[in-house]
Write a protein that binds this ligand. Structure first.
Ligand code: HEC
Ligand SMILES: [Cu+2]
Length: 355
């Protein structure tokens, strides 16, 4: 194939016989783009359980959705006007005959002034709207305090009395303002509960603050919103909003030391746990396990998930996790500890009993 023919096959040349396949190709691309939009839209709608900023569950999240919809409207307007003008000009002023010379135009102060002024006004409007929303997100008079620490790749939640410490699950009372302080133990993470508010970054060595107020009880999904390494996507937590009485009961229970094992199997499990490297990383209040670099397991049996939302909390998943954490969550900072199947089953029985 000659160079000319090769070029013609790549570059669309008006009037040549290559035009026809090119129209076909363009239609194909347009169809693909349309199909991917439809697939994306359906996928986004299908997963109703996924946390979405389009389903706000607090005033703050509503303010954020409101602002983003307005920004979308402004951007759409700009898009339609600019693309409309562009297409009009392309169609109206196209070269009609090959020999025709095109009249050249150099500069137009009025036009240039106008297209500097309009974006400047738009930016000022967006800036003002954003600042007002940011002000509205700062809630006053927090009543409940929670300290959040981001770890690779799990969340630690601590309540001010110093007794309650747990991982990947935080409870707050409905209708009361919650003050959250945010820190990181290693790299930059970002705290985000899409249905309740905006993201707050957690740079190491710096304490950030955020406020929350959730009116209705429910379980909301939280996630890390700043890429923090291999398992960033498996760094989730559940935020449980409950009425005051249930919240107080939960908090009181979480403050108690771990339940003593009842069955023989669970008793053996406790002994095995305390004679393995587990206790160097994990704490179980009321036992000699006092590790501080991994999730506190005092009430691990009461939690909804294992591995920051990676597995549901049931005996099979727990067994899978302990047998080979690397297979469940590759790169995770917990090693597989060698032991017999029976020993592992004992530990599972013990941990599931830590309600
Ligand atoms: C080197 C430290 C280390 C050792 C030793 C260790 N773990 Fe872990 N473990 C971790 C870390 C870190 C996590 C959090 C992993 C994540 O979700 O990213 C974890 C998570 C867990 C979880 C899930 C907790 C939750 O709330 O999601 C369980 C259960 C657990 N470990 C049990 C054990 C048992 C049982 C042993 C001993 C056989 C053990 N671990 C040994 C570091 C360790
Ligand atoms: Cu993270």
């Amino acid at each position: 194939m000659g160079v000319r023919r090769l070029l013609k096959s790549i570059v669309p040349v008006a009037g040549s016989h290559w035009e026809t396949p090119y129209v076909g190709l363009r239609r194909l691309v347009a169809a693909l783009v349309a199909v991917s939009f439809v697939v994306l839209a359906v996928a986004a709608e299908a997963d109703a359980a996924a946390p979405s900023i389009l389903r706000p569950a607090s005033q703050s999240a509503q303010d954020i959705r409101h602002l983003s919809l307005w920004l979308l409207v402004i951007c759409l307007l700009v898009f339609v006007v600019v693309e409309g003008l562009l297409i009009t000009v392309i169609v109206l002023f196209r070269r009609r005959r090959r020999e025709e010379d095109v009249r050249q135009v150099y500069g137009n102060s009025n036009l240039e002034f106008l297209w500097t002024l309009i974006p400047a006004i738009l930016v000022i409007i967006i800036f003002t709207m954003t600042i007002r929303s940011m002000g509205a997100l700062q809630l006053q008079g927090g009543e409940v305090a929670v300290k959040v620490t981001g770890h690779q790749w799990w969340w630690e939640f601590e309540y001010p009395d110093g007794k309650v410490k747990l991982a990947n699950e935080v409870h707050i009372p409905a209708g009361r303002t919650v003050n959250i302080s945010l820190e990181s133990a290693d790299v930059i993470h970002s705290f985000w509960v899409p249905q309740l508010g905006g993201k707050t970054d957690m740079p190491p060595g710096h304490v950030n603050r955020a406020t929350f107020l959730a009116a209705t009880p429910g379980v909301y999904q939280g996630e890390c919103a700043e890429f923090c390494g291999l398992q960033h996507a498996h760094m989730r937590f559940d935020l449980v909003v409950e009425d005051s009485a249930r919240f107080s009961a939960w908090l009181r229970h979480q403050g108690e030391p771990a339940a003593e094992p009842v069955s023989d199997q669970a008793k053996r499990g406790q002994q095995t746990f305390l004679s393995q490297p587990c206790l160097g990383c994990h704490a179980i209040r009321g036992t000699t396990a006092a590790g501080a670099t991994a999730p506190d397991l005092t009430h691990v049996g009461s939690r909804r998930s294992i591995g920051a939302g990676t597995l549901p909390n049931d005996p099979q998943s727990l067994e899978r996790w302990i047998r080979d954490p690397q297979a469940v969550k590759p790169g995770v900072l917990m090693p597989a500890v060698p032991m017999t199947d029976a020993q592992r089953a004992d530990i599972v029985a013990y941990l599931e009993g830590l309600q």
